[in-house]
Design a protein around this ligand. Structure first.
Ligand code: 9MR
Length: 350
């Protein structure tokens, strides 16, 4: 027979757990990631920066696996942070996020290996021959992906390689190596972690058009030359009322080429603030439309928002006067957009 003291202790512990604020995270009933999983997706996730984690309201939502089953580091895996001096690799800041995903059981998307932006000064200001830069690209991608081998679900190996008209962006990589930097980076990433899905990620490829066509042609070219490529990241930095009508068709066209797709940086912003009631309703509908499109395409594996609260959104810093793009407002109140996401995952396939 258990003693009375033992029973009282167990009762106190149980009641304590149920009464504590963490009870919801222990026994979650609903959430964006749960909705995604119910729709047979791998994850619903968010971008984050660890310097936001002192904000306990933020952190409690972030760590809740019912809401987020995947995390993308918004900045700390980028070149400036991981190879600040030539050949010197620093992973401390990115490790904080990788360790968090290990402890919480969330998937990790690596972002990114090669991008024209947020590069270290030594690379931007350097003068390199083609063989030198080819070595630099290979070494960077190999070391970065290798450091997280076995811990990353998918890598944005190439980020934003195109202009909106479908021509290749002339950046430091293209100007010296032409398009050869793309297979170089992909081969290096594959060699470093054969199990990570390798993605090309871009914006303004949400609907059909010149830029999407250019990326489809690149995927075809990579496939026909046996260059490893597993996925296309459709960033989806959208504007309220302007979700492309070809969103789903466009995803299907990518999938037909033999790759998976993911919505990797979703937010839907207002171009002027504050939003009207009609605007807020439209934003809910837009979130639903985007998620429903992913829901309808089996090989759309998951959705990531580019942070979940307006408090930490990148948008006002880049587009002054615009924003309110996230599913939680700056006071961590869920907006109708949140329900739009749930509704999208519950939508029937067309
Ligand atoms: O969220 C990132 C922000 O903190 C940086 O200042 C910015 C620099 O350009 O990059 C943001 O993330 C971008 C991502 O890496 C690539 N796609 C566009 C995102 C928003 O700018």
């Amino acid at each position: 027979m258990p003693s009375l003291r033992f029973l009282l202790a167990i009762t106190a512990l149980t009641c304590g757990a149920l009464a504590s604020p963490s009870a919801n995270t222990l026994f979650p009933k609903s959430g964006l990631n749960l909705a995604a999983k119910s729709a047979k997706k791998l994850y619903f996730g968010t971008a984050t920066n660890s310097d936001q984690w002192n904000d306990t309201t933020y952190f409690n939502i972030l760590k809740n696996n019912a809401e987020f089953g995947q995390v993308t580091p918004a900045n700390v895996m980028k070149w400036f942070a991981t190879e600040p001096e030539e050949g010197v690799f620093t992973f401390q800041d990115a490790d904080i996020i990788a360790d968090f995903t290990e402890k919480t059981g969330k998937l990790l998307r690596g972002h990114n290996c090669v991008w024209y932006n947020q590069l270290p000064d030594w690379l931007v200001n350097g003068t390199f021959t083609a063989p030198e830069l080819a070595f630099i690209v290979t070494r960077h991608c190999f070391n970065l992906v290798n450091h997280y081998k076995g811990h990353v679900y998918s890598w944005d190996v190439i980020n934003e390689a195109f202009n909106d008209d479908g021509t290749f962006r002339s950046d430091i990589f293209y100007n010296v190596l032409n398009t050869s930097y793309i297979p170089l980076a992909l081969y290096a990433a594959r060699a470093a972690d054969p199990n990570a899905k390798l993605y090309i990620n871009d914006f303004n490829i949400e609907g059909t058009g010149a830029k999407s066509t250019a990326l489809k042609n690149l995927i075809k070219w990579l496939k026909s030359n046996d260059v490893p490529i597993d996925g296309v990241g459709i960033q989806s930095h959208l504007i309220v009322g302007e979700v492309p009508s070809t969103f789903q068709q466009n995803m299907e066209e990518f999938v037909e080429l033999g790759v998976e797709v993911a919505i990797t940086e979703l937010d839907i912003r207002f171009e002027s603030l504050p939003p009207t009631a009609a605007g807020i309703a439209q934003q809910k509908k837009d979130y639903e439309t985007v998620i429903a499109a992913c829901n309808a395409v089996e090989k759309c594996v998951g959705v990531t928002v580019w942070d979940f609260t307006d408090k930490y959104s990148w948008i006002p810093g880049t587009f002054p006067g615009q924003g309110d793009a996230c599913p939680w407002d700056e006071n961590f109140v869920k907006k109708p957009a949140y329900q739009g996401i749930i509704d999208g995952f519950q939508s029937r396939h067309q």
